[in-house]
Design a binder for this molecule. Structure first.
Ligand code: FAD
Length: 461
């Protein structure tokens, strides 16, 4: 049975409470897509705001019986269209499930509901002397559930790893409404297939995460310094990134911010950022004492050898914060200039300079503006293609540039998404990257867990 009118969702009011089911046009519009405005989306039949695992079970059971699709949603900050509503779907928002349930200082883990904002989790565990490392640049606005579903990366991931490295266990509602506990709370454990890892990064296609057990590290023991270098070109900064990797240095962050981004942030926030420089490369080193100083000196030498000028070391936490704030604000600052088509490729570190050269060539060949930020230490580049509003020809050229960048990334041995997920935007690239046999394996897993295609169909593969 296909449900096509809002009236058909009335049963949800009985199951969950009318205040948890939104159908007004403003809400339907607001929850219809994530931050990837370029990807397709439909208007959902309703938005269901779950307060508990039981609510999720009720909504999923109802949807499965009614032939309605379910699109899970955290904060909607995704950049690949993963949370975009599809035809005949409800959007199931987890944002009200926002409590940290347990912090265990002896075993160093926390159990959290999925709607907790990443920064809120970090702040809560910090009160207990603990640290949750994965720090997407969206840490102030994205949820842990969304981070888990996309296997989010972030700024310190070059040294400390991505979300999957910290997920010990999950509570998941499956497509038939059953609830499973996956994983463990112990430091080690190899019982059964690693279904927890399978769920992480599955973009809401295999189950809905209603609680997450994350591994934590001690908060103390790091001693932060930054090394800043300005480079005459993007590819010169890329050379420095490749050289840092060759030298065996693993910084706690290594980020590129180019001139277009620096100007956009400064025009918006007036942070006093330099406007004449071409590219800023920012490294953070967090080893303690003399060891940290030595590494920082080494990084500064590598920056200088690669053509960096005004290479400086910063130890003042406020100055370090200001520079990393410029990195975090780059994306929203650019969005003020026009719709942004966000790339998220990852190439081998030694291919970073060549990839950056190709991105610039692609911008010139297609007459589009491409700004660049990058988790450069991971080879994870975010060329941000900006097209003026109401210019369909520019939009077409932007899409051509997007495809060219994906093709170049694959030619250099890279992957089409380093951290944002496949969603909708990267479906064609994924097919090229994985090939038919591996896509068929994905289909088998999906069919085994969700044979009717209830959960977020058409996304991720
Ligand atoms: C300014 C900015 C900076 C960003 N920086 C980074 C970055 O550094 N690193 C990075 O990785 N990403 C980054 N992102 C992208 C985005 O923030 C991440 O993908 C984030 O993990 C999405 O979280 P969310 O809560 O917004 O999820 P949503 O966008 O709501 O959803 C993302 C995906 O997860 C699924 N989902 C959400 N919750 C659940 C759940 N409980 N169970 C099952 N599936 C679920 C959705 O269906 C969708 O497929 C950035 C975005 C912005 C706007």
């Amino acid at each position: 049975m296909t449900v096509t009118t809002p009236l058909d969702t009335a049963a949800l009011d009985e199951l969950l409470g009318a205040d948890q089911v939104l159908r007004d046009p403003v809400s339907l519009e607001r929850y219809s897509h994530d931050d990837a405005e370029w990807a397709e989306f439909s208007r959902p039949l309703a938005v269901v705001r779950a307060r508990s695992t039981d609510d999720v079970v009720a909504a999923v059971r109802w949807a499965a019986a009614a032939g309605v699709r379910v699109v899970p949603r955290g904060a909607g900050t995704g950049l690949s269209g993963g949370a975009n509503a599809v035809a005949d779907s409800i959007v199931l928002s987890l944002e009200l499930m926002n409590a940290v349930l347990e912090v265990n200082t002896d075993e160093r883990y926390a159990v959290t509901q999925p709607g907790v904002i990443n920064d809120a989790l970090r702040a809560t565990v910090a009160e207990h002397g603990l640290w949750y490392p994965p720090d997407p640049a969206s840490s102030a606005i994205s949820t842990i559930g969304g981070n888990v579903a996309t296997n989010a990366g972030g700024i310190c991931c070059v040294k400390y790893g991505v979300t999957r490295d910290y997920v010990l266990g999950l509570t998941v509602v499956l497509a038939d409404g059953s609830v499973v506990q996956l994983g463990r709370k112990t430091a080690k454990g190899v019982a059964g297939y690693d279904l927890t890892a399978l769920m992480v990064g599955s973009e809401g296609t295999l189950g809905i995460v209603t609680s997450v057990t994350v591994k934590l590290l001690p908060l103390a023991g790091r001693d932060e310094r930054a090394v800043i270098g300005y480079f005459p070109s993007l590819s010169a900064a890329g050379d420095a990134v490749a050289a840092i990797s060759r030298a065996g240095i693993i910084p706690a962050a290594l980020e590129i911010v180019d001139r277009t981004c620096l100007r956009a942030v400064d025009e918006w926030m007036h942070l006093g950022l330099p406007s004449e420089v071409d590219t800023l490369l920012l490294a953070r080193i967090d080893e303690r004492g003399a060891a940290g100083d030595e590494i920082a000196d080494h990084v500064a030498r590598v920056f200088g050898d690669a053509g960096g000028t005004d290479v400086e070391r910063a130890t003042d936490p406020e100055e370090i914060d200001r520079l990393f704030q410029a990195r975090r604000l780059a994306y929203p600052a650019l969005e003020r200039l026009g719709p942004v088509l966000t790339e998220d490729i990852c190439v081998p570190r030694n291919a970073v300079p060549e990839m950056l050269r190709r991105i610039q060539a692609t911008a010139a060949a297609n007459d589009v503006t491409i700004a660049n930020i990058a988790h450069a230490g991971d080879g994870n580049l975010h060329p941000l293609i900006i097209a003026p509003e109401d210019d369909p020809a520019a939009k077409d050229r932007a899409k051509t540039a997007f495809d060219r960048i994906v093709a170049d990334c694959l030619a250099l041995g890279g992957t089409v998404t380093g951290e944002h997920g496949v969603g909708l935007l990267k479906l064609p690239g994924l097919r090229q990257e994985l090939g038919e046999r591996v896509i068929a394996m994905h289909r088998s897993v999906k069919d085994a867990l969700d044979p009717a295609g209830t959960l977020n169909p058409g996304k991720a593969f």
